[in-house]
Design a protein around this ligand. Structure first.
Ligand code: NAG
Length: 443
C-alpha cells in the first residue's frame, strides 16, 4: 500500500524507500508518448509491413536483435484498423477445436487476430473503445469471453464472445452495443483487468474514485458472462496496480484451497485471502529495498513457493540494485503467505524498464519495454532461491531505436506478451509498431 501522509515520518525513520504515485508514473509515460508523437513515431506508414517469416540468424531477424526467437509474422497497428496506431496489452484465446486468437489492445480499441497453424497472423476485426481513446486498455480471457477495461473515462467492462471470430471471412468492426455480450458499468475507468478463470472472477484494479474501491480489487462475478455481478471490494490496501489470483496449493498449508491474490500495490507486495468476497483478509503487506513502483509479477512455479516481482520505476529512478538501469526482477520466497521474504534479484544483460511477465514451465516471458521480449529460465529457484541461477535463454528486441546506445530506461517498445498458446507461438504487442508472432527456438 502507499503510505498515508501520517505514516511518512515513520517510513522515513525506518529507511523505507518511498515509491512514486500513480499520477507521477502516468504523467511520465504520457510525456514520453507525446514527445514520440511529435517525432512522428505513430505516423501512418512509419513502419514497413513484414514481407516474410524471418528466422533469427547471428542475433538478427531483419532489423531486430534476437536470440533463439524467430520472427514468424507481424501486423502493424494500422493493418489492424487502428487510427491512433498505438498498442498496449494483449491476451489470447483458444477455441474448442484448438484455433488460436489474440485480442490486441490499442488506444482506440481491441483488434482481433487469428494465429494460424504456421504462426502467421490474420486480422479479423476490432471492437472499438466503449467511450474515448486511452493509452491504457487491458484484456483478459475466461472461457470463451474476453473482458476489456480501460482508463478511458466511464469505459466500464466490455464482455465480448470470442466465438464470434470463428466465422469471420472479411474483417469486421464490431458494434459496442449489439455485438457485446454485456457491458458492466459498475466501475468506470480501470487500469488493469485481472482474471481468475478457475473461479469465474474478474478483478478490476486501479478503478477511479467513483467506483468507491480506492483502486483496490473491484470484484466482478462473471459466472454468467451476460450478467456480470459485483461480488465485493478490497480497499484496505489502497491502489492495486496488478495482481495474480489463484486457488492456493503452496507450502503454507494453512491456506490450502483458499482463493489467494498476490497484489502489486505501488510500494508493497500484498497477499490477500479473497475467499470471502465480502470480507477479504490481508495476510501481509511487504516492502523492499529499491521500491519505486511495485508494478506486476507472477508465481515462478506451480508449487507456489517463489514469486517474481517487477518494479516499473527502479530502473529509471536508479534505485537500489537497479541503479545501473539493467532490468531488475525481484525474487520473493512466499513459503509463508504471512511473511514473504525478498531473497534476491535477477538483472537482465539489457538496460530497460520491465512491464509485464508471465511464467510457463520454468520460464518467465518478460515484456521489457525497449529491450522487447526477454525469456529467462527460472527453474533453478528451488536450489538457488537468491536467483543466482536464473539465465536468459532467448530474446526478441522489438525496439531497435535505442540499440545503438545500449538500451534506455524509457517507456518505449513492448507493453505485454502472451506466451500460453499450445502451439508455442508467442504474441508480443509493441506500443509503436504492432503485434508480433514469435517462436522460441531454444532448448
Ligand atoms: C457467482 O455467481 C454464481 C451464480 O451466478 C453463484 O453461484 C456464486 O456463488 C457467485 N460467486 C460469488 C463469489 O459471488
Amino acid at each position: 500500500m502507499k503510505f498515508a501522509t501520517a505514516a511518512l515520518a515513520t517510513a522515513a525513520l525506518a529507511g523505507t524507500a518511498m515509491a512514486e504515485s500513480m499520477a507521477v508514473l502516468k504523467q511520465r509515460k504520457l510525456d514520453t508518448w507525446a514527445a514520440q508523437n511529435e517525432a512522428g513515431v505513430f505516423d501512418i506508414n512509419r513502419y514497413a509491413a513484414l514481407a516474410a517469416t524471418t528466422p533469427c540468424v547471428n542475433n538478427k531477424a531483419g532489423e531486430y536483435a534476437c536470440s533463439n526467437v524467430d520472427l514468424i509474422s507481424f501486423l502493424r497497428h494500422q493493418d489492424m484498423g487502428s487510427s491512433t496506431r498505438k498498442g498496449n496489452d494483449v491476451w489470447g484465446w483458444t477455441s474448442s477445436t484448438g484455433r488460436e486468437f489474440g485480442a490486441v489492445g490499442q488506444t482506440d480499441g481491441t483488434a482481433f487476430v487469428e494465429v494460424k497453424s504456421d504462426g502467421s497472423l490474420v486480422y479479423l476485426g476490432r471492437l472499438p473503445t466503449q467511450t474515448t481513446s486511452s493509452s491504457w486498455r487491458d484484456m483478459k480471457v475466461i472461457g470463451d469471453y474476453v473482458y476489456i477495461g480501460s482508463e478511458a473515462s466511464n469505459h466500464g467492462l466490455q464482455v465480448f464472445d470470442m466465438r464470434k471470430l470463428l466465422t469471420i471471412t472479411t474483417p469486421k468492426v464490431f458494434s459496442i452495443t449489439t455485438d457485446l455480450t454485456a457491458i458492466f458499468k459498475g466501475f468506470g475507468n480501470s487500469h488493469n483487468i485481472v482474471a481468475h478463470a478457475e473461479k469465474n472472477m474478474i478483478y478490476a484494479v486501479g478503478t477511479g474514485t467513483a467506483a468507491g474501491c480506492k483502486g483496490g480489487l473491484y470484484m466482478v462475478n462473471v459466472t454468467n458472462p451476460a450478467s456480470p455481478v459485483k461480488a465485493g471490494c478490497l480497499s484496505a490496501g489502497g491502489y492495486v496496480h496488478d495482481a495474480q489470483c489463484v486457488v492456493y496449493k503452496g507450502p503454507d498449508t494453512r491456506y490450502t484451497g483458499r482463493e489467494i491474490c498476490f497484489n502489486f500495490n505501488e510500494d508493497t507486495l500484498d497477499i490477500v485471502d479473497v475467499t470471502s468476497k465480502t470480507s477479504p483478509v490481508t495476510l501481509s503487506s511487504t516492502g523492499y529495498t529499491g521500491s519505486s513502483y511495485t508494478h506486476q509479477g507472477w508465481l515462478a512455479d506451480d508449487s507456489m513457493r517463489y514469486l517474481l516481482l517487477d518494479d516499473e520505476l527502479d530502473e529509471q529512478d536508479k534505485k537500489g540494485v537497479a541503479a545501473n538501469q539493467h532490468t531488475t526482477t525481484y525474487i520473493v520466497d512466499i513459503a509463508l503467505l504471512t511473511k514473504p521474504v525478498f531473497k534476491g534479484t535477477y538483472q537482465s544483460p539489457a538496460v530497460s524498464i520491465d512491464h509485464n511477465q508471465y511464467v510457463l514451465n520454468g520460464r518467465s516471458y518478460q515484456a521489457n519495454y525497449g529491450s522487447g521480449l526477454r525469456i529467462i529460465d527460472v527453474s533453478s529457484l528451488s536450489t538457488a532461491p537468491t536467483g543466482s541461477g536464473i539465465k536468459e535463454v532467448g530474446y526478441f528486441d522489438c525496439y531497435p531505436e535505442d540499440d545503438s546506445v545500449g538500451g534506455k530506461a524509457e517507456f518505449t517498445g513492448t507493453w505485454s506478451v502472451y506466451p500460453y498458446f499450445t502451439s508455442g507461438f508467442i504474441l508480443l504487442n509493441s506500443i509503436e509498431r504492432g503485434i508480433f508472432s514469435l517462436k522460441f527456438t531454444g532448448a
